[in-house]
Design a protein around this ligand. Sequence first.
Ligand code: PLP
Length: 381
Amino acid sequence: MSSEISRRKFAGFVGATLGASAFPSWLRAVPRAVPRTAAAPAASTDWIRLSSNENPYPLSARALEALNRASRAASRYPDEVEDEARAAIAKSHGVPVEQVVLGCGSSDILHMADAAFLPPGKTVVAAEPTFEAVLLHARVTNSEAVKVPLTSDHRHDLDRMAAACDARTGLVYVCNPNNPTGTIVGGDELEAFFGRVPSSAVVLVDEAYHHFVENPRYRTAAGMIERFPNVVVARTFSKIYGMAGMRLGYGLASRANAEALSRQASWNNTNTAGLHIALAGLADPGLVPAQRRLLNDTRRWLCGELDRDGRGYIPSETNFVMIDVGRDVSPVILAFREKKIQVGRKFPSLSNWLRVSIGTREETTAFLAALRDIVPARAVA
Ligand code: PLP
């Protein structure tokens, strides 16, 4: 697909050429989104929402200007601004535009990857626990999931994941940093791992929390695609860019894999508002460092307080932290709800751990006070 051909025109061309029936039903059946913590009145101002790892801060003045510009183009399909956003993303990564695929959030990219790289009979290898979207979508493709437990320090066990790959492996999912643990695998480890995965399998590296990482061992896999063309990287504007409600993410891949992903995309799967705001964000060199400083400083402050209490937690490279509550987390989550604080859901393989997203300093202070009340420090120390 040339860069001049918009996805809408391309999809129209494919549809006209092949006809909808050319797509097997397992590709057309779209699974529902990943379940979130049981619905709370999130829009309600008296709830504190620390459950979905969103950025709690409002859009910048520049972003609001972009939203205003977008409103003037709202009656038109977003073809031109999609092209502009793809070009800006490509430029930011130093890759040709053909290697960028846009998605309705990065969840859409994960879904496209399942549909593209898990034909019947192929399996998916993933860590346990990790972000579930890929595994949930894989149920639609009836693909067997091979789950590899994290290491004792809650990181991807890349040795065991590589050993779990065979000729049946279609997709390997690496969430780096990992949700829900906030841990990373280093760039050198990742590169060595790519060398061990069969080239017939696609390795999908989900970098939703990339921008929060300060650990020098970490490297994005985006720069490794040239050497390992079976690597696909997913990124999102939902986290540090504070655009979760605008639904925009993207995939970076070899030309062949980008084309394979694009074939699974629905027409114009992005929206004019999100694209304009993303363009403003990409053009603002101060945005990412400022948000990173703000949220990481609050995370460091929270972790300092957890240390003072003598609580266990998993050192995090992200805008969320897993805290040991020393007992089943389900009633703890409910107790937070009674205080109108929405925290992360239970992860069955880490059933005594509570995931909390980093909010504003005020929200995080309120969370800590509630934690001290619900789970007194001496109960876990
Ligand atoms: N990947 C990871 C690891 C996530 O934690 C999330 C959201 O929480 C996503 C992807 C999906 O984000 P979005 O679809 O908003 O881009």
